[in-house]
Design a protein around this ligand. Sequence first.
Ligand SMILES: [Zn+2]
Length: 400
Amino acid sequence: MRFIVVFFFLISLALSANLDIRTWKSGFTFLNFLEANNLPLKTYYNLDKEDQKATEEILAGIEYEILLDEKKNLLQALIPINESIQLHIYQDAKKDYHLKVTPILLDKKREAFTFTLRTSPYNDIMHYTKNRFLAQEFVWAYKNSLNFKTSLRKNDRIVIIYDQLYRNGRHFGYPDIQVAMVNVYGKPRYIYRNTDGRYYDAKGKETEGFKLAKPIKNGRITSRYSKRRWHPVLKRYRVHQGVDFGARSGTPILAAAKGRVSFAGQTRGYGNIIKILHRDGYQTLYAHMKSFKGGMKRGKRVKKGSIIGYVGSTGLSTGPHLHFGLYHNGRPRNPAGVIRITTNVLRGKKRKAFKILQSNYNQEVALHIKANTKPNLQLKSENVCYLGANNPVNNISREK
Ligand SMILES: [Zn+2]
């Protein structure tokens, strides 16, 4: 593995340092964070453009850790940007602060359970697991193929098999449901996550209905989406939660789907931006715009393909291009898989591969029903934290 992240049990040095777990509030900026913790603002201004933009991607509601000394001075902070990368702020021996983008140390566990319906799938999953993200994902997975209200009855059996991430011993991010089964009137209704990361029904038809048009006519993608990419020349991690379309300044930008403008204004990193809210909790972001089309403000309704503004290079940008982002319930998604006209129906080789995946999952579901697998309750925090920068051990000894 390329990344080796060392972490320590804080308990062993808890004599002089305190770990605090906080939640990133909506509207809170990275500069707010520096001010609130008496950190020098140059910690931000000394960053390069990419990292400055990354600080604008911190999700509201995400948990982060800070380590304080006995005088409440910040020693270190770990702030996740997405499910695989985080900002690591630390103090060196000269008490100067540094910031580094580092991978998140995660455990991924395959989990499964079965239950019989008591009230609703959402309430029951919450009752058994206290995992809101799992409950939301389950409802979302079935949204377009099964109406829970009219189809489900008490005592219907449900099975869920999913991958859960753990960060520092606690649930982290949205689980990836691999397969789920709901028994409706004695007939099993399955949903499968295919290798393309999207949900399909038993017939191999994609069940996610949301599709996007290209935001630029004949636009060419110049930079792809990545949650975490190691740059071998710069020797650091980069995050790019969207796709870039190269285009000349002034090229019209089109709404990728029907929706309502939720924000039109200026940001530091992304320059002039428009955000559009679409159905089913989807949101698109258009950044570095030169200008907006007249009338573009919060609340304005837009049609798919209508002009919303023009390509520019505002904010932290190296040249005219459109940065296009897609978010689902606030969580970044790769827009590339969603930009198309038709719903996927698997054929040929892809269908064969899906049939094998389906048969394996069906067997697993049957095993869990037979075993009556009970839900796994959330693990308790193990109170661990990443420490140090390049050489964590040296850093700690210096701090002592
Ligand atoms: Zn970009």
